[in-house]
Design a protein around this ligand. Structure first.
Ligand SMILES: Cc1cc2nc3c(=O)[nH]c(=O)nc-3n(C[C@H](O)[C@H](O)[C@H](O)COP(=O)(O)O)c2cc1C
Ligand SMILES: [Mn+2]
Length: 476
């Protein structure tokens, strides 16, 4: 199923029976806490907040958009999927197809978009008109940008980037921008600033969740718009923002435009992060002076509640990064990879890979490829566990069984030092500029050299289980 904008997406999710409307919540901690509690429910619906305290009715905010296989499938234009395994299989097939089609779907410039319904400039700019929650109790302020797309351009190559980076409201026309080292948006502003120039920035705050889906994961450099186009099977329509020339999605609900000046910073954070900590703390970070706001009548902001994992976006990022790393391993020539899973609680800090061992050293090759080879897992990783093909990486009972019974710490754990981490890493003591961490790669596969002698594992044959279930069907 295909959707054109956030409103159509909400209609489709409502038809699936996966939308819950909530009225009169307070932007101050209630939206954050309700969303957090919702993520603990078995089948957490998407939440649409309206009549938010202090805002006109109709100024809405969505959270928990991508917390079910059906909603992720809907958003990525995939056939309906009701299980994670189905979704992973579909994505593993599709990613390669989308990537080979990128050049067919450059964004298409159009003259106007939904957000042009209301334009405010200069002294009329007032960020407090739009719902921006204080999400977690120790957050240092209100974050208007969580499910956003921050649009920047590389001054050398002209490439346009979309990245989901958190955006804090400092005052009516200033926001704080936090981008981790190595992320494309940061490389862009650092290049402008090195030349003493302000970096143009456009921020889309409400959009078809497909825009967020691609902005918040690793895709080939500068290819975000093409990627969304390949998913939809038609180019993304974009409007060239008048002041900065940066293209924003024509169907965006709310768009900010301005400049990130060199040498000007403000205190940013703390912010409840996906690791479950306020680890990057409060420190000086770049700002964006907002000179224009474009918004649709009764705009809808797309938000996501970060916090102790598994938080709002953990399900989606696990599924997407797992499929991404799977495809990267295939591309790197690692044979017989059965499944990759980025654990929802560990996030990027824990990847599990299942392989059918073919030769001595195969497991180590797969582990290093995950730990360092794929951009999606190279950033801020910590543990990679390789298991045999009979283990389901999404099933932690299986993974812990393999870890405890098929690995010997002395032989099977290797450490990679001085790897790419981030200020978000709770294990890095601040202040510092040494954002390195180490990686443990754990071979929890049966020892290849005596695999045929490895003790027989215990399992009931499917025939026996079937027979017993039939005979005792009132029990199960
Ligand atoms: C909900 C969510 C919030 C995120 N917030 C930030 C952030 O504040 N800063 C950051 O550098 N990356 C953040 N990320 C990660 C980036 O969006 C992600 O790594 C993406 O690939 C960055 O785009 P880039 O590859 O074009 O740099 C966030 C991811 C998610 C899912
Ligand atoms: Mn990018």
């Amino acid at each position: 199923m295909d959707t054109n904008d956030l409103r159509e997406w909400l209609e489709e999710v409502n038809k699936l029976g996966e939308l819950q409307r909530i009225e009169k919540a307070d932007w101050e901690l209630e939206i954050g806490c309700i969303s957090h509690l919702n993520t603990k429910r078995q089948d957490s619906p998407a939440l649409l907040f309206d009549h938010i305290k202090g805002y006109p009715p109709g100024y809405r905010l969505v959270t928990c958009s991508l917390r079910s296989p059906r909603r992720v499938a809907l958003t990525l234009n995939l056939p309906d999927c009701t299980s994670t395994h189905e979704l992973l299989a579909a994505l593993q097939r599709k990613l390669t197809q989308w990537e080979s089609n990128l050049s067919l779907f450059p964004p298409k410039k159009v003259k106007t978009g939904s957000a042009m319904e209301n334009v405010s400039s200069g002294s009329e700019v007032d960020l407090f008109k739009f719902p921006s929650p204080k999400w977690n109790e120790l957050d240092g302020g209100r974050y208007i940008g969580t499910g956003d797309a921050v649009i920047t351009r590389d001054p050398d190559t002209g490439e346009t980037n979309l990245g989901s980076y958190r955006v804090m409201v400092h005052d009516k026309n200033t926001v704080g921008l936090y981008i981790s080292p190595g992320h494309h948006g940061r490389i862009h502003y650092e290049k402008y600033h090195a030349q003493g120039k302000p970096c143009p920035v456009v921020i889309s705050l409400g959009h078809d969740p497909a825009v967020f889906c691609i902005s918040c994961v690793e895709v080939p450099s500068g290819a975000e718009y093409n990627y969304i186009g390949a998913i939809k099977g038609r180019p993304v329509e974009v409007v060239e923002e008048e002041l900065t020339g940066l293209p924003f999605p024509a169907s965006s609900e709310l768009v900010l435009a301005g400049w990130c000046p060199p040498g000007e910073t403000k205190m940013e954070g703390p912010f409840g992060e996906w690791t479950g900590y306020y680890a990057s703390g409060e420190r000086l970070a770049p700002i964006v002076k907002i000179e224009r706001i474009y918004h649709r009548n009764s705009p809808i902001v797309l938000g996501t509640a970060m916090g102790r994992p598994p938080c709002d976006t953990a399900y989606y990022t696990s599924v997407m990064r797992s499929a991404r790393v799977y495809c990267d391993l295939v591309k790197m020539g690692v044979p017989d990879v059965k499944l990759v899973w980025m654990n929802e609680v560990g996030g990027r800090l824990l990847f599990i890979v299942a392989i059918k061992q073919r030769y001595a050293g195969h497991a180590k090759q797969a582990a290093l490829a995950v730990a360092q080879g794929s951009r999606a897992s190279a950033y801020m990783g910590r543990y990679v566990i390789v298991v045999d093909e009979d283990i389901d990486p999404t099933n932690m009972d299986d993974v812990i069984w393999a870890l405890c019974t098929r690995s010997d710490p002395e032989k099977d754990i290797d450490i990679v030092r001085r790897a790419w981490s981030s200020p978000l890493d709770p294990m890095i003591r601040k202040p510092t500029n040494a954002f390195f961490n180490s990686r443990a790669i754990i071979d929890a596969c049966k020892p290849f050299e005596w695999i045929d002698e490895f003790p027989q594992d215990i399992s009931f044959s499917p025939e026996l289980e079937k027979r017993v279930k039939e005979k005792w069907n009132n029990l199960f």
